[in-house]
Design a protein. Structure first.
Length: 202
Protein backbone atom coordinates (compact mmCIF):
# COMPACT_ATOMS: atom_id res chain seq x y z
CA UNK A 1 0.00 0.00 0.00
CA UNK A 2 1.40 3.39 -1.00
CA UNK A 3 1.71 5.89 1.85
CA UNK A 4 -0.56 8.89 1.38
CA UNK A 5 0.71 12.44 1.60
CA UNK A 6 -2.43 14.61 1.84
CA UNK A 7 -2.28 17.85 -0.11
CA UNK A 8 1.31 17.14 -1.15
CA UNK A 9 2.80 19.60 -3.61
CA UNK A 10 3.77 17.99 -6.91
CA UNK A 11 6.85 18.96 -8.92
CA UNK A 12 7.44 17.70 -12.45
CA UNK A 13 11.18 17.27 -12.94
CA UNK A 14 11.06 18.05 -16.64
CA UNK A 15 10.93 20.83 -19.19
CA UNK A 16 9.14 18.56 -21.70
CA UNK A 17 6.20 20.34 -23.31
CA UNK A 18 4.42 17.05 -24.01
CA UNK A 19 4.65 15.88 -20.39
CA UNK A 20 3.39 19.24 -19.15
CA UNK A 21 0.55 19.10 -21.67
CA UNK A 22 -0.48 15.64 -20.45
CA UNK A 23 -0.68 16.75 -16.81
CA UNK A 24 -2.42 20.00 -17.77
CA UNK A 25 -5.06 18.16 -19.80
CA UNK A 26 -5.60 15.70 -16.94
CA UNK A 27 -6.26 18.56 -14.52
CA UNK A 28 -3.21 17.93 -12.32
CA UNK A 29 -1.78 20.88 -10.39
CA UNK A 30 2.02 20.91 -10.39
CA UNK A 31 5.14 23.01 -10.74
CA UNK A 32 7.64 22.21 -13.52
CA UNK A 33 11.35 22.43 -12.65
CA UNK A 34 13.91 20.92 -15.06
CA UNK A 35 16.30 18.42 -13.45
CA UNK A 36 20.05 18.57 -14.06
CA UNK A 37 21.12 14.93 -14.49
CA UNK A 38 24.06 13.37 -16.31
CA UNK A 39 21.96 10.87 -18.23
CA UNK A 40 24.97 9.25 -19.90
CA UNK A 41 26.55 8.55 -16.51
CA UNK A 42 23.33 6.94 -15.26
CA UNK A 43 23.14 4.82 -18.39
CA UNK A 44 26.79 3.79 -18.08
CA UNK A 45 26.16 2.58 -14.53
CA UNK A 46 23.37 0.35 -15.88
CA UNK A 47 25.30 -1.31 -18.69
CA UNK A 48 23.54 -4.53 -19.67
CA UNK A 49 20.20 -3.54 -18.12
CA UNK A 50 16.98 -3.85 -20.11
CA UNK A 51 15.75 -0.66 -21.84
CA UNK A 52 12.70 -0.40 -19.59
CA UNK A 53 14.91 -0.60 -16.50
CA UNK A 54 17.11 2.19 -17.87
CA UNK A 55 14.12 4.44 -18.63
CA UNK A 56 12.79 3.83 -15.12
CA UNK A 57 16.21 4.50 -13.53
CA UNK A 58 16.58 7.75 -15.46
CA UNK A 59 13.14 8.82 -14.26
CA UNK A 60 14.18 8.08 -10.66
CA UNK A 61 17.45 9.98 -11.13
CA UNK A 62 15.68 13.08 -12.45
CA UNK A 63 13.21 13.13 -9.56
CA UNK A 64 15.93 12.40 -7.00
CA UNK A 65 18.02 15.31 -8.29
CA UNK A 66 15.32 17.78 -7.21
CA UNK A 67 13.79 16.08 -4.18
CA UNK A 68 16.34 17.13 -1.51
CA UNK A 69 15.74 20.82 -2.25
CA UNK A 70 11.96 20.34 -1.99
CA UNK A 71 11.40 18.05 1.02
CA UNK A 72 7.74 19.02 1.28
CA UNK A 73 6.96 17.92 -2.27
CA UNK A 74 6.48 14.79 -4.30
CA UNK A 75 8.76 14.96 -7.34
CA UNK A 76 7.71 13.24 -10.55
CA UNK A 77 10.46 12.26 -12.97
CA UNK A 78 10.01 10.74 -16.41
CA UNK A 79 12.23 9.64 -19.26
CA UNK A 80 11.99 7.84 -22.59
CA UNK A 81 14.39 5.91 -24.74
CA UNK A 82 14.20 4.33 -28.16
CA UNK A 83 15.47 0.95 -29.35
CA UNK A 84 15.44 -0.21 -32.97
CA UNK A 85 16.90 -3.58 -34.00
CA UNK A 86 18.52 -3.87 -30.59
CA UNK A 87 20.31 -0.53 -30.92
CA UNK A 88 19.75 2.37 -28.53
CA UNK A 89 19.08 5.79 -30.03
CA UNK A 90 19.49 9.00 -28.06
CA UNK A 91 18.21 12.41 -29.11
CA UNK A 92 19.80 13.42 -32.43
CA UNK A 93 22.59 15.95 -31.93
CA UNK A 94 22.28 17.45 -35.42
CA UNK A 95 19.97 17.53 -38.41
CA UNK A 96 22.35 15.16 -40.19
CA UNK A 97 22.19 12.71 -37.26
CA UNK A 98 18.39 12.92 -37.33
CA UNK A 99 18.42 12.04 -41.03
CA UNK A 100 20.68 9.05 -40.33
CA UNK A 101 18.36 7.88 -37.56
CA UNK A 102 15.31 8.13 -39.79
CA UNK A 103 17.01 6.22 -42.59
CA UNK A 104 17.84 3.45 -40.13
CA UNK A 105 14.29 3.41 -38.71
CA UNK A 106 12.66 3.09 -42.13
CA UNK A 107 10.59 -0.10 -42.42
CA UNK A 108 11.50 -1.25 -38.88
CA UNK A 109 9.74 -1.48 -35.50
CA UNK A 110 10.71 1.19 -32.99
CA UNK A 111 10.44 0.24 -29.32
CA UNK A 112 9.75 3.28 -27.18
CA UNK A 113 10.25 2.77 -23.45
CA UNK A 114 8.82 5.40 -21.08
CA UNK A 115 9.56 5.40 -17.37
CA UNK A 116 8.14 7.44 -14.50
CA UNK A 117 9.02 7.72 -10.83
CA UNK A 118 7.85 9.62 -7.76
CA UNK A 119 10.46 10.58 -5.16
CA UNK A 120 9.93 12.24 -1.79
CA UNK A 121 12.89 13.40 0.27
CA UNK A 122 15.56 10.72 0.11
CA UNK A 123 13.59 7.82 -1.31
CA UNK A 124 11.74 6.62 -4.39
CA UNK A 125 8.12 6.01 -3.43
CA UNK A 126 6.90 4.64 -6.77
CA UNK A 127 8.16 3.84 -10.27
CA UNK A 128 6.84 2.28 -13.45
CA UNK A 129 7.91 1.61 -17.04
CA UNK A 130 5.81 1.01 -20.15
CA UNK A 131 6.56 0.16 -23.78
CA UNK A 132 5.01 1.11 -27.11
CA UNK A 133 5.92 -0.46 -30.44
CA UNK A 134 5.78 1.89 -33.39
CA UNK A 135 5.92 0.41 -36.88
CA UNK A 136 7.82 2.81 -39.10
CA UNK A 137 6.69 2.84 -42.71
CA UNK A 138 9.17 2.86 -45.60
CA UNK A 139 10.45 6.43 -45.65
CA UNK A 140 11.60 8.00 -48.92
CA UNK A 141 14.60 10.30 -49.02
CA UNK A 142 12.35 13.13 -50.21
CA UNK A 143 9.97 12.63 -47.28
CA UNK A 144 12.84 12.64 -44.79
CA UNK A 145 14.14 15.89 -46.26
CA UNK A 146 10.75 17.61 -46.18
CA UNK A 147 10.07 16.25 -42.70
CA UNK A 148 13.32 17.64 -41.32
CA UNK A 149 12.73 20.96 -43.05
CA UNK A 150 9.47 21.24 -41.12
CA UNK A 151 10.42 19.65 -37.79
CA UNK A 152 14.05 20.52 -37.12
CA UNK A 153 15.25 21.72 -34.61
CA UNK A 154 12.24 20.88 -32.42
CA UNK A 155 12.76 17.12 -32.79
CA UNK A 156 16.34 17.51 -31.59
CA UNK A 157 14.86 17.32 -28.09
CA UNK A 158 13.02 14.06 -28.83
CA UNK A 159 14.18 10.46 -28.60
CA UNK A 160 13.35 8.85 -31.92
CA UNK A 161 13.50 12.19 -33.77
CA UNK A 162 9.74 12.68 -33.81
CA UNK A 163 6.84 14.41 -32.10
CA UNK A 164 3.77 12.18 -32.38
CA UNK A 165 1.53 15.22 -31.80
CA UNK A 166 3.04 16.93 -34.85
CA UNK A 167 4.30 15.77 -38.26
CA UNK A 168 6.01 12.80 -36.61
CA UNK A 169 2.77 10.86 -36.82
CA UNK A 170 3.50 10.51 -40.55
CA UNK A 171 6.46 8.23 -39.78
CA UNK A 172 4.27 5.33 -38.74
CA UNK A 173 1.67 3.01 -40.22
CA UNK A 174 0.81 1.15 -37.00
CA UNK A 175 1.30 1.72 -33.28
CA UNK A 176 0.96 -0.79 -30.42
CA UNK A 177 0.65 0.88 -27.02
CA UNK A 178 -1.13 3.85 -25.54
CA UNK A 179 -0.66 7.41 -26.72
CA UNK A 180 0.68 8.60 -23.38
CA UNK A 181 3.60 6.19 -23.45
CA UNK A 182 4.36 7.40 -26.97
CA UNK A 183 4.20 11.01 -25.75
CA UNK A 184 6.85 10.21 -23.14
CA UNK A 185 5.13 9.31 -19.87
CA UNK A 186 2.91 6.37 -18.83
CA UNK A 187 0.17 8.73 -17.68
CA UNK A 188 -2.51 6.30 -16.50
CA UNK A 189 -0.23 4.55 -13.96
CA UNK A 190 1.10 7.98 -12.92
CA UNK A 191 -2.43 9.22 -12.25
CA UNK A 192 -3.15 6.06 -10.25
CA UNK A 193 -0.11 6.73 -8.08
CA UNK A 194 -1.07 10.40 -7.63
CA UNK A 195 -4.50 9.30 -6.41
CA UNK A 196 -2.89 6.93 -3.91
CA UNK A 197 -0.61 9.71 -2.70
CA UNK A 198 -3.53 12.09 -2.25
CA UNK A 199 -2.29 14.57 -4.85
CA UNK A 200 -5.50 14.23 -6.87
CA UNK A 201 -8.94 13.05 -5.82
CA UNK A 202 -9.55 9.29 -5.75
Amino acid sequence: MIARFPKARLILASKSASRRAMLDAAGVTYEAIPADVDERAVEASLEGAAPGEIAEALAVAKAAALAPAHPDALVLGSDSLVVVDGRRFDKPESREAAADHLCFFSGKVMELHSGAAIVRGGGCEWSHAAIARLHVRDLSDSFIESYLAAEWPEIGYCAGAFRIEAMGVQLFDHIEGDQFTVLGMPLLPVLGALREFGVIEA
